[in-house]
Design a protein around this ligand. Structure first.
Ligand code: ZN
Length: 452
């Protein structure tokens, strides 16, 4: 028999998974009697962890109040650092952005300058936060590879000198708040599933195209990170064995054929060889300033060269996506990252067209494609979620925050939760799963009784 604490955690997990839930629904799905649910939810409301959010639709009878996680419970600084720049948000538990700081658009070549810009963005968000909204932690979604504890940035794309930078520690020292790192695309995927258009999706692929190409994966409701937390390097899947060499050292990776910089290089090559284009000519002096944006836009405006280059890149991506969907069978694909979110018509349509043409027929219709609802904030909101998710992984911390106790910083915080704690969490997650299916079964029975 679970104790009060465990039952409160189960209630929180259930509400978090469903988005909103009524007391009768919690009672049925968790198999706890209604008076106990009422007591426990009152305690959770007093602790500011949950709050009422309207009433459920019902045909006659009393309508039950719906409960959600309280967005105002706490705020966290969420950061993004990638080749497209640095930005940060102050986000609440509901994924709402309360403040936003845009750092440099292009990041410095030199490591120390990059780190300093990042720290300044975080500091500015902390200092601007109103007294009742002071952040309790800072999370960073970063490109490249991170260590498995989310403390160290191991590698950063196209920066050979970037090796094992202890960013979590640096953020903690500067801000006095606990910090956590995660892969940028994985962070965005987390945000999209909790707060974006793919809310609650059980199986989801988040295709991100900004500077590079990557994919976030949610399998059966859980973010799939892989054995060393580096799953989703979709850009380095091989789509043309004899294709051009990639910066990873391989031939024919998706990145080398279809990334925005590959698109620019292909357009420039052709123009230099004398191909006519609205983007420039072999003799123009400003050829170097042609950006990926210029090429995507020229394609949308009907430029023949740009259309062909962009369409071919999109076809490679659509083909790779068909392989992924055949493999994972997601219910939804979210288009994220700067380029896809911008919604260039020729590019996005050619990806979807090729994907639909190449994927297995039985998966063609059921697979939805949607543009990220969080847009350019997805990674930064995801950064903030690294901290929020860690609270739910160790619920003692959640209750500590509700009592106004600060989270531990540094060495203490580095200790991963002990094995027993982890086992208990898995138990709770499993119970929520079972509770959900019990609830669905009961609802269906009720529906069937009504229909009879
Ligand atoms: Zn590669």
């Amino acid at each position: 028999m679970a104790n009060r604490f465990e039952n409160k955690v189960r209630i929180l997990d259930m509400i978090r998974e469903l988005g909103r839930a009524s007391r009768p629904m919690l009672s049925e799905s968790l198999d706890i009697n209604l008076p106990t649910i009422s007591n426990l939810t009152k305690e959770l409301i007093d602790a500011k962890l949950i709050t009422g959010d309207g009433f459920e639709k019902s045909e006659g009878g009393r309508r039950a109040e719906l409960l959600i996680l309280n967005p105002g419970f706490a705020t966290v600084i969420g950061l993004e650092m990638g080749l497209t720049g640095i930005r940060g948000v102050l986000a609440d538990l509901g994924g709402n952005v309360l403040d936003r700081v845009q750092g440099p658009d292009e990041i410095a070549l030199e490591k120390d300058a990059m780190v300093e810009s990042l720290l300044q963005v975080a500091e500015m968000l902390k200092s601007r936060a109103p007294a009742q909204r002071k952040p309790i932690g800072v999370g960073l979604g970063i490109s490249g590879l991170t260590d498995e504890n989310g403390r160290i940035s191991r590698e950063f794309p196209h920066r050979e000198l970037w090796k094992d930078v202890p960013l979590a520690q640096l953020l903690e020292q500067r801000l006095g708040l606990p910090a956590q790192l995660g892969n940028d695309v994985q962070s965005a995927t987390l945000a999209e599933r909790r707060h974006g258009g793919a809310r609650g999706a059980r199986d989801l692929l988040y295709l991100s195209i900004s500077h590079g190409i990557a994919c976030g994966i949610v399998v059966d409701g859980r973010l799939y990170v892989g054995a060393t937390r580096n799953a989703g390097e979709f850009g380095h899947t091989i789509v043309e064995p004899s294709g051009p060499i990639c910066y990873c050292g391989n031939y024919g990776c998706l990145e080398s054929l279809a990334s925005p910089s590959a698109v620019v290089n292909q357009a420039l090559d052709a123009i230099r060889k004398g191909v006519q284009s609205s983007m420039g000519s072999a003799t123009s002096l400003n050829l170097k300033s042609i950006s990926a944006e210029n090429v995507f836009r020229a394609a949308d405006e009907g430029d023949r060269l740009a259309t062909n280059v962009v369409t071919r890149a999109a076809e490679y991506i659509g083909l790779g996506l068909a392989n992924l969907v055949n493999f994972f069978n997601p219910e939804t694909i979210v288009f994220g990252g700067e380029v896809l979110v911008h919604g260039y018509r020729v590019f996005n349509e050619a990806i979807e067209r090729t994907f639909r043409a190449r994927v297995l027929p039985i998966l063609q219709q059921p697979t939805r494609i949607q543009i990220s609802a969080l847009g350019r904030d997805a990674v930064a909101i995801g950064g903030s979620m690294l901290i929020f998710e860690s609270l739910f992984d160790e619920p003692e911390k959640l209750f500590a925050v509700s009592e106004g106790r600060p989270l531990k910083v540094g060495h203490e915080a580095e200790k991963p939760p002990d094995k027993r704690g982890r086992k208990q969490r898995f138990q709770s997650v499993k119970e929520v799963e079972q509770g959900l299916s019990r609830w669905r079964r009961l609802s269906m029975n009720r529906q069937a009784t009504r229909d009879r």
